[in-house]
Structure formats: structure tokens, C-alpha cells
Design a protein around this ligand. Structure first.
Ligand code: OSB
Ligand code: MG
Length: 368
């Protein structure tokens, strides 16, 4: 496929409710949206970096410059027979995995469209739906209990509570008292240190399915010490950027579960390598989320059809986040199952161009 041109825009969607986690509060989802064009095909993807570097190091302004000035000019005007042929243009650059991912993911969409198959088939996944749960931001206990009631009534298969220092044991205890048997997890988004081991040990008594990313975003080593002192599994998110990170973490028993976010790890090739590496160690994976709009959610759902995604992912209904999405198809779960979108080949969803225009802050054409 000849990549002829690219359209890069910044989109801002208001969130229905602010999403509060230990590393920041989001009231609006702002993201770069990339459309690759060539041979009458379009490949679309969302990038997941934030405006400021609060989840990981990348930022939207930095990514826009890197995409516009470096990555996109290096591939426009060239032919690629498969997404793997992009590697020589992406791999030499250090870091910047979210920026590389948006290019690679858009091309996977384009490639599977050129083959006339769904993205899941190009990735090697099967099935028509994936199991999902909800991720609940930090909120007072009463509000959290109400949100759990709603999630359970909708049939979601797992509840993940965001925790932070001072908002941890009490809230988990209150939730467990009310719901002794639900599948429950917590996500600290790096808020703790080894000095907080007593707090993590207190959380060990609540039959959690896992404790996600308690320590620093760039740590693997110290998580092994935490894992050794808990019966609950540690799940790593921020600290796993590659298959070699996953191998090291599983070898040193720093975690027993891995959260895979295709943006965080630099694209589907890396996401699959982490998936396969985890399977080799007998460690289940699940598909994380970054509050994506419809395009990013569609990519996540296709990825989660791979065999070792055995724990429920974070891709709950788009209507929980947004009043209106940028795609034409509703992405709604029922009974905790999210259907794999299938409006045509590739990601199986289509842009609502009128609405997209109205929520676009900035747009640029590259290579035309
Ligand atoms: O750690 O998984 C995380 C959202 C933003 C940044 C980090 C995380 C999250 C979520 C939300 O947990 C998952 C989602 O609903 O998309
Ligand atoms: Mg997380």
C-alpha cells in the first residue's frame, strides 16, 4: 500500500464526569487523531498521550511535532506491504511509543481494509465480543457505591477502583462490606513507595483480583519485593513498555498479570509480543484503556480478541464517558460483553465527519 498523505488533528471531547486518578484529573478527553490515506483507503487511529506528561512522559504538543516533522514525512510516499515493514522507520527512535503507535495502528486498519478482513483477523484474534469491566475514578465512598450499583446492574464483569494515598483501605473495605463476592481490583497509578508496604499488605486482605501499578512508572525491580510480600497478584501497567520489560517483570516475579495498552507499548506488534511473552510465563493479560473515543476503543476491542486476554478489559460503553462520540456506531456493552465492531473491514467503525469537525481544535494535512 502506498501511503500518499496524512491528516492529523487534535480533538477535544468533554467528559460526562471528571475522571480522577492519583496522577491527575481529566475533565475533557483531548487527543490527536490520525488518518493515513492511500490507494483509495483510509487508516484511522487515536493517540493516547495527554496534554501534559502525567500518566507517562509523552505530551500532545511533543507528539504533534514528532509526527508532523519526523515520523509522517518518513513514511509518506513509500509503499508498505504489511505493518511489519514500518518497523525500520519507527524502531530507531527512542521512546515516543504513543506517537509511533498511532502511525502503526492506523496502518493496521488500512492494511486489514486492503485485505477485506476485520482488524481482529489480521491480529490473529477470534470471537464476536470481549469481556469488559469498569474503571471507577476516585470519589467519596457513597458516590463510589452508587457507581458500583450501576455497573453491576449493567452486568460489567469486574470493578476497578482507583486508589491513592489516603484513599485506599477505607474505600476498599467499604466496597467489600457491601459486595463480598464481586470481582474487584485496585489501580494506584504509581502513588506508593516501598515505605507504604503496610498499606499494600492491608489491601491484601480483601480478596482483590490484582493490585495495579502500586510503585513508580519506571520501576520493575521494587515491585518484586511487593509481590513477594503479598498473596494478591500485582498487575503492571505504566512500567511495561515492551516485550522485554514483560519478560523481565515476569522472570523476577514483579507481577503476575499484565495490563496491555497498545498506545503505551508502541503499537500492535509490541502489544502482541507482550501478549505472547505473558502467555509463555502463564500470566494472563487484559486490555487497558485511556478514556479513548470511538476509534481508540474499536482498536482496543479488536486487540482484546487475542487468546491470552483472559481477564476483563477496561473498554466499557462509550456512553459512560461521552454524550456523543466521533463515530457513527454506538460502542455499547451488554452483560459485560462488548461486541467487536464490524461495519466493514478493519476497525469496523466509521467517523461521524460532521460531529468530528465540530470537536476539532486544529487540523493539518501532511504530504499533499
Ligand atoms: O491506569 O488504566 C489506567 C485512564 C487514564 C489513564 C490511566 C488509566 C486510566 C483508566 C481508565 O483506568 C480506563 C478507561 O476506562 O479507558
Ligand atoms: Mg492502570
Amino acid at each position: 500500500i502506498l501511503i500518499e498523505a496524512a491528516e492529523l488533528r487534535i480533538v477535544s471531547l468533554p467528559l460526562l464526569t471528571p475522571f480522577v486518578i492519583s496522577s491527575g484529573t481529566m475533565t475533557c478527553k483531548t487527543f490527536p487523531l490520525l488518518v493515513l490515506k492511500g490507494e483509495g483507503l483510509e487508516g484511522i487511529a487515536e493517540a493516547v498521550m495527554d496534554p501534559t506528561p502525567d500518566y507517562l512522559e509523552e505530551t500532545i504538543p511533543g507528539a504533534m511535532a514528532f509526527l508532523r516533522d519526523v515520523l509522517l514525512p518518513s513514511i509518506i510516499g513509500k509503499r508498505f506491504a504489511s505493518p511489519y515493514e514500518l518497523e525500520p522507520y519507527l524502531a530507531p527512535w527512542r521512546g515516543n511509543r504513543m506517537a509511533k503507535a498511532v502511525v502503526e495502528m492506523a496502518f493496521w486498519d488500512m492494511w486489514s481494509k486492503s485485505l477485506g478482513i476485520p482488524l481482529k483477523a489480521a491480529l490473529g484474534g477470534v470471537g464476536n465480543s470481549v469481556d469488559v469491566g469498569v474503571s471507577l475514578g476516585i470519589a467519596p465512598i457513597e458516590k463510589t457505591l452508587d457507581r458500583i450499583d450501576e455497573a453491576l446492574a449493567s452486568g460489567y464483569k469486574r470493578t476497578k477502583l482507583k486508589i491513592a494515598q489516603g484513599h485506599d483501605v477505607k474505600i476498599v473495605e467499604a466496597v467489600r462490606n457491601q459486595y463480598p463476592d464481586i470481582k474487584l481490583t485496585v489501580d494506584a497509578n504509581t502513588d506508593y513507595g516501598l515505605a507504604d508496604l503496610p498499606v499494600l499488605q492491608a489491601l491484601d486482605g480483601f480478596n482483590l483480583d490484582y493490585i495495579e501499578q502500586p510503585l513508580a512508572f519506571d520501576d520493575i525491580h521494587d515491585h518484586a519485593q511487593v509481590q513477594a510480600s503479598l498473596k494478591t497478584a500485582i498487575c503492571l501497567d505504566e512500567s511495561i513498555r515492551s516485550a522485554s520489560d514483560a519478560r523481565k517483570a515476569l522472570e523476577m516475579r514483579a507481577a503476575r498479570v499484565i495490563n496491555i495498552k497498545v498506545g503505551r507499548v508502541g503499537g500492535f506488534a509490541a502489544a502482541r509480543a507482550i501478549h505472547d511473552t505473558s502467555a509463555a510465563f502463564g500470566a494472563p493479560v487484559w486490555c487497558g484503556g485511556m478514556l479513548e473515543a470511538g476509534i481508540g476503543r474499536a482498536h482496543n476491542i479488536h486487540l482484546a480478541t487475542l487468546a491470552n486476554f483472559t481477564k476483563p478489559g477496561d473498554t466499557s460503553s462509550a456512553s459512560r464517558y461521552f454524550k456523543r462520540d466521533i463515530i457513527n456506531e454506538p460502542l455499547e456493552a451488554s452483560n459485560g460483553e462488548m461486541p467487536v465492531p464490524a461495519t466493514g473491514p478493519g476497525i469496523g467503525v466509521t467517523l461521524d465527519h460532521d460531529y468530528l469537525k465540530s470537536v476539532t481544535d486544529h487540523v493539518e494535512e501532511i504530504g499533499t
